[in-house]
Design a protein around this ligand. Structure first.
Ligand code: NAP
Length: 245
């Protein structure tokens, strides 16, 4: 039996990248997986197929994380299919990088709503049943930008910082209900999100990478599995950063 055998896991934004790696690893460890995506339907179907080959159940829901009204519908649908959600991973995220002087209100709102407000909504939507069961795991995928800041990412760093504050606060609120809430804050991870970055230009950041290597999505998934599994039952409100801070 795996670390999360027979659990119900909901992961936001798992058609590609880190979310997909998390979905595959939790599936490998026995969880039934539901995940959302924004528009990449064929990638989402590939992820469903890959999860299915691991012998657990899986389905994908097209649901824009910014569409706050759909959050409860997603949670209800997953609960109907698989039973109450045991593990929530808030992973969906985007960047709209620009220096402050060029950043538009739309850049700000899109990033805050997709990365932060959606996490608040999903946490709230799953918390009621987790409280009733006296059990649950919430893992938020933040970023090192939210810990140390990063020029060009005022919107993204603010959203990820906010996610860290959300993690620490609801960890305290839910601790006595046996619900653990933790976050990972990766540095650079080899996904579509960083493809457009020229890492050789990241002089300031590369000095902070302990191993001088960009992480693979599967390596972030291992951290998420730890926070989603009973191995971390006595750990809550923690943020695991992907670089020195
Ligand atoms: P990615 O490869 O661009 O994948 C993003 C995923 O999120 C996709 O599944 C995408 O769905 C989904 N998504 C985007 N906007 C969405 C929306 N509005 N509603 C629902 N789903 C949405 O990104 P990634 O690098 O794997 O990043 C995953 C998380 O890790 C993000 O929160 C990111 O901020 C964080 N992170 C990444 C890095 C890094 O270096 N890559 C570092 C630190 C933190 P579609 O496929 O349909 O577009």
């Amino acid at each position: 039996m795996g670390w999360v055998a027979d659990k119900t896991a909901l992961i936001t934004g798992a058609s590609r990248g880190i979310g997909r790696a998390i979905a595959l690893l939790l599936a490998e460890e026995g969880a039934n997986i539901a995940f959302t995506y924004k528009s990449a339907a064929s990638s989402a179907q590939e992820t469903v197929n890959a999860i299915g080959s691991k012998g657990v159940r899986a389905f994908a829901l097209q649901a824009d994380a910014k569409d706050l009204l759909s959050t409860q519908a997603v949670v209800d649908r997953v609960s109907e299919e698989f039973g109450p959600i045991d593990i929530l991973v808030n992973n969906a995220g985007i960047t709209r990088d620009r220096l402050l002087v060029r950043m538009t209100e739309r850049d700000w709102d899109d990033v805050i709503d997709t990365n932060l407000k959606s996490a608040f909504n999903f946490c709230k939507a799953v918390s009621r049943s987790m409280i009733a069961k006296r059990r649950g795991k919430i893992v938020n995928v933040a970023s090192i930008s939210g810990v140390i800041g990063n020029p060009g990412q005022a919107n993204y760093a603010a959203a990820k910082s906010g996610m860290i504050g959300l993690t620490k606060t609801i960890a305290k609120e839910l601790a006595t209900r046996n619900i653990q809430v933790n976050a990972v804050a990766p540095g650079f991870v080899a996904t579509d999100m960083v493809k457009q970055l020229d890492l050789s230009q990241m002089g300031g950041f590369s000095g902070l990478l302990p191993m001088k290597l960009v992480a693979q999505p599967e390596e972030i998934a291992e951290l998420v599995l730890f926070f989603a599994s009973p191995a971390s039952d006595y750990i809550t409100g923690q943020v695991l950063p992907g670089m020195y801070d």
